[in-house]
Design a protein around this ligand. Structure first.
Ligand code: PLP
Length: 457
């Protein structure tokens, strides 16, 4: 191996094309290179020996926390026993079969089977193909459009980037592509008509959805996709009554519902799935991140019994499901998933999400809600956000060019805590590992208060 200790930064700038990074500032050395070398619990260490509390669990994925030997050992054992075999034409491994059963056992009881992928993006890509296959199998080839929401995040591919409703992921890529449409974000704090109650706003979102379906023609609309709790678009729990009202519209026009649980799946909201938490009855559930706590890349599309029956009926006419990845159900990743889900159960980490998550959100609210530039403190389970505004009474937002959110995230980083400046709006997000203690929650809140005071007074 190369000794990187001296040349690391130069090699990085010259050879590593980083995702979601400004190519120019990085290549010119105007933005920092950070090399992470270790992690334990909720803390990570970098190559300069600095330790930070990772209050965003990587990209809200290291749910079990860093340094879990149980998961590392399961990965090592699987690599020794059988590093790879594919899952095409009926093949499997003990790990992939065991994990499929563990997932369905934990999912809502209307769910039936898991199709494995590697990332949240490819799982949503699979979902689109499952939906199209399903409607072709049912003799409805015109029913193909998919409705997503502004501020939804569903991935970075061509189709999944189109599902995503954030401009950063569309601009300069000629997205979104047909047949993807976007409806209102369930973002009560940013509602236009401030006289509306939460229930009224939820009805307004459902009415807008119904109007879009009628305008497009219900016979052309196949599915609706949404995160139970809006994630990358701002960490926004749904307003009261939202999901039942949306569900009623979808049922009325025979439109499938995809719950994208890449962030909420396996405990983030305090329930095993966000669908249970908010009373959603999905036809497909997207899972990734928390499935392995990011110890290995693995995702899945959980298919409902109802949808499975439709797919099976069609397959004799349409032929085999001609869709697969070389690494679908990769045994090393599946072994990581089995060990991770067992660990979450054994340590009762979802109970900790509920207890410490509630403590954390309360403390964040108490520390910041009264600040002149804090518009809202919100969250659920172990996920939270603080939204900053220029004027609280008029709910006037800061000019995006001022980059208030990124400045606060940077000030927080200087104080030893990693939060995330969400991409649209001045929103500081938190999603710590589930093993967070109350002391560390208090530390995150104290440092956040200091960072906010540093930037906004
Ligand atoms: N869906 C949701 C809700 C996500 O938050 C993400 C990633 O953050 C994705 C899909 C895409 O997952 P990946 O980055 O693994 O492709």
């Amino acid at each position: 191996m190369l000794d990187l200790s001296n040349e690391r930064t130069a090699y990085d700038r010259d050879h590593f094309f980083h995702p979601s990074t400004h190519m120019g500032t990085h290549a010119r050395g105007e933005s920092p290179t950070r090399v992470i070398t270790g992690g334990e619990g909720v803390r990570i260490t970098d190559s300069d020996g600095n330790t930070h509390v990772d209050a965003f669990a990587g990209l809200y994925c290291v749910n079990a926390g860093y340094g879990r030997t149980e998961i590392a050992e399961a990965i090592g054992k699987q690599a020794h026993d059988l590093a790879y075999y594919h899952s095409y034409v009926g093949h499997g491994t003990d790990a992939s079969i065991e994990l499929a059963k563990m997932i369905v056992d934990r999912a809502p009881d209307t769910m039936s089977r898991v199709y494995f992928g590697l990332s949240g993006s490819d799982a949503n890509e699979t979902n689109i193909k499952l939906i199209w296959f399903y409607n072709n199998a049912r003799g409805r080839p015109e029913k193909k459009k998919i409705i997503s929401r502004w501020r939804g995040y569903h991935g970075s591919g061509v189709m999944t980037g189109s599902l995503t409703g954030l401009h950063l992921f569309h601009n300069a890529f000629d997205l979104p592509r047909a047949p993807i449409l976007h409806t209102l974000a369930p973002y009560y704090f940013r509602r236009e008509d401030r006289s509306m109650s939460e229930e009224q706003f939820s009805q307004h979102c459902a009415d807008a959805l119904e109007a879009m379906i009628l305008e497009e023609g219900p016979e052309t609309v196949a599915a609706f996709i949404g995160e139970p709790l809006l994630g990358t678009g701002g960490i926004v729990p749904p307003p009261a009554g939202y999901w039942p009202k949306i569900q009623a519209v979808l049922d009325k026009y025979d439109i499938l519902l995809v719950a994208d649980e890449v962030v909420t799946g396996f405990g983030r909201t305090g329930s095993m799935f966000g669908s249970e938490h908010y009373g959603i009855k999905p036809d497909l559930i997207t899972i990734a991140k928390g499935l392995t706590s990011a110890y290995a890349p693995l995702s899945g599309s959980i298919v409902s019994k109802r949808m499975w029956e439709g797919l099976v009926e069609g397959v004799d006419e349409l032929g085999a499901f001609g869709h697969g990845w070389t690494y679908s159900a990769h045994p090393i990743c599946a072994a990581a998933g089995v060990a991770n889900l067992k660990l979450i159960d054994d340590l009762d980490l979802i109970a900790n999400v509920r207890e410490v998550g509630a403590h954390f959100r309360r403390a964040l609210h108490d520390a910041l809600a009264g600040h002149a530039h804090v518009g809202e403190v919100r969250g659920e389970g172990m996920i939270a956000a603080v939204e900053f505004v220029e004027d609280k009474d008029d709910r006037k937002f800061f000019e995006p060019g001022k980059k208030i959110g990124p400045q606060i995230a940077a000030a927080l980083f200087e104080r030893g805590v990693i939060g995330r400046a969400m991409p649209e709006g001045d929103i500081l997000g938190f999603a710590p590992p589930f093993c967070l203690t109350k002391d560390d929650a208090d530390l995150i809140v104290a440092r956040t208060r200091e960072a906010v005071a540093h930037v906004l007074g």
